[in-house]
Design a binder for this molecule. Structure first.
Ligand SMILES: Cc1cc2nc3c(=O)[nH]c(=O)nc-3n(C[C@H](O)[C@H](O)[C@H](O)COP(=O)(O)OP(=O)(O)OC[C@H]3O[C@@H](n4cnc5c(N)ncnc54)[C@H](O)[C@@H]3O)c2cc1C
Length: 393
């Protein structure tokens, strides 16, 4: 692992811990999931003196990224701005940069998984891979976490299980005839010049559509909210990223991409393949299985019942990203929401690694001053009112 150099300052209270596959049966803090949310939070927690931590991961480190379809790449660029206080957007620790260690600006999934594994190894994060959490119980004092390698008792728990376990399907009749964008089959079909309907026109829908247009297919993207035209604001959680917009322009230039406004109502199979009908009565033929690029739910798995929900169904959190109904249970990752703020990119949810670590450190009366390093690196936002998202130009 080549860590990006910084001109100032070096971490003051980093505690190196040996990498392990089996964790102690009792921990001060257990993190579930070894993606960027889990490894990043564990790194911040590891600066707390005398706080035992561990990470459990059902696959390998960065499993979700390792599972990404070959053609999928990051849409947030990586760049080694670390030394000048502009930490690489996709970095999970201030001293690292995927651009530096991978030598690419838009990593693919396999590359980013390599970066995560290298960071975990470099900083000796104790990760038990091949360990699935199957059930979690809270008794007020601690959590009993049942895993495929036996139970672990943890005083605090950080859920960082990601969103990929919960692909969402829209209320469309026969939605099961379609394939979700997270399924690698969505990237393989169809053959050259076939017609394909993609339901959902935000990042993953446009990404897929551009991929298939590039392969020679004719693609219709159907979305009633036409996010490709979203006007106001500069938050990429509501706007297509610049790289996606450039790809979209190129795909439109081929004449093989159609962006259609409409809400999908049903999918049927006919002798030519499939037919997607909209609520307005429009018909969109698809010779291959239509694709649902309709996003993901919070993916809370065995802790789903330990969070209250907002009116929109996302988990309700305190200002410290803790469950409002289960003290000691924290959340990091793309399911984080505070009012209208969505933390669905690495550069957003990483702002909360130190917040969770400080809250846990304060609760155990530990010295949290080492976390100021995260703030100096621009990787800690504890005042969310500062997350203005409108650029002047
Ligand atoms: C198509 C797509 C493209 C994206 N592109 C970008 C991008 O360009 N830039 C960006 O910043 N963000 C991007 N994101 C958003 C976000 O960064 C990713 O979703 C990222 O994977 C979230 O990180 P995570 O650590 O929360 O989840 P994950 O990376 O999914 O990690 C969660 C881990 O938890 C494990 N796990 C889950 N359940 C259990 C369990 N019960 N027991 C044990 N382990 C478990 C999983 O195996 C997995 O390894 C994208 C998201 C999607 C869907």
């Amino acid at each position: 692992m080549r860590a990006a150099s910084r001109t100032s300052p070096t971490p003051r209270t980093r505690h190196h811990r040996p990498a392990v596959r089996r964790l102690p049966k009792r921990l001060d803090c257990l993190v579930v999931g070894a993606g960027p949310a889990g490894i990043g939070t564990a790194l911040a927690l590891s600066v707390l003196p005398q706080v035992s931590i561990g990470v459990v991961e059902r696959g390998e480190i960065g499993q979700t990224f390792a599972d990404w379809p070959d053609k999928q790449r990051f849409l947030t660029p990586s760049f080694t701005g670390n030394g000048f206080g502009a930490t690489d957007l996709n970095a999970i620790h201030p001293e690292t940069s995927p651009a530096f260690s991978l030598g690419v600006d838009y990593p693919d999934g396999a590359q980013y998984a390599r970066y995560l594994a290298a960071v975990a190894q470099h900083f000796e994060v104790p990760v038990s891979t091949g360990t699935e959490v199957t059930a979690v119980r809270a008794d007020g004092q601690a959590f009993r976490v049942d895993t495929s390698r036996g139970p672990i008792r943890a005083r605090t728990l950080v859920w960082a299980g990601g969103e990929f376990t919960e692909p969402t399907a829209p209320a469309v009749t026969n939605a099961a005839l379609a394939v979700h964008s997270s399924d690698s089959r969505a990237w393989q079909a169809p053959a050259h010049s076939d017609r394909l309907v993609v339901i959902g026109g935000y990042e993953s829908g446009i990404d897929l559509a551009c991929h298939h247009v590039q392969r020679g297919s004719r693609v219709t993207v159907l979305d009633h909210q036409h996010p490709w035209n979203a006007g106001a604001g500069s938050d990429p959680s509501y706007q297509l990223a610049p790289r996606t917009r450039q790809r979209l322009d190129r795909a439109m230039g081929t004449g093989r991409l159609k962006l259609a406004r409409g809400r999908a109502a049903s999918i049927e199979q006919d002798r030519n393949g499939y037919l997607v009908r909209t609520t307005g009565g429009a018909r969109h033929p698809s010779s291959a299985q239509p694709v649902l690029a309709t996003g993901f739910g919070p993916g809370l798995g065995p802790v789903a019942g330990l969070f209250a929900r907002r009116s929109d169904g996302w988990p309700l959190l305190t200002a410290d990203d803790e469950s409002t109904v289960t003290p000691g249970l924290f959340l990091n990752g793309p399911a984080l929401r505070h009012d209208d703020l969505r933390f669905c990119f690495v550069y957003k949810f990483r702002q909360r690694y130190a917040q969770i670590a400080r809250t846990i450190g304060d609760r155990f009366s530990r010295d949290t001053s080492g976390l100021e390093y995260w703030r100096e690196a621009g990787m800690w936002t504890d005042d969310l009112s500062c997350c203005g998202v409108s650029c002047a130009c």
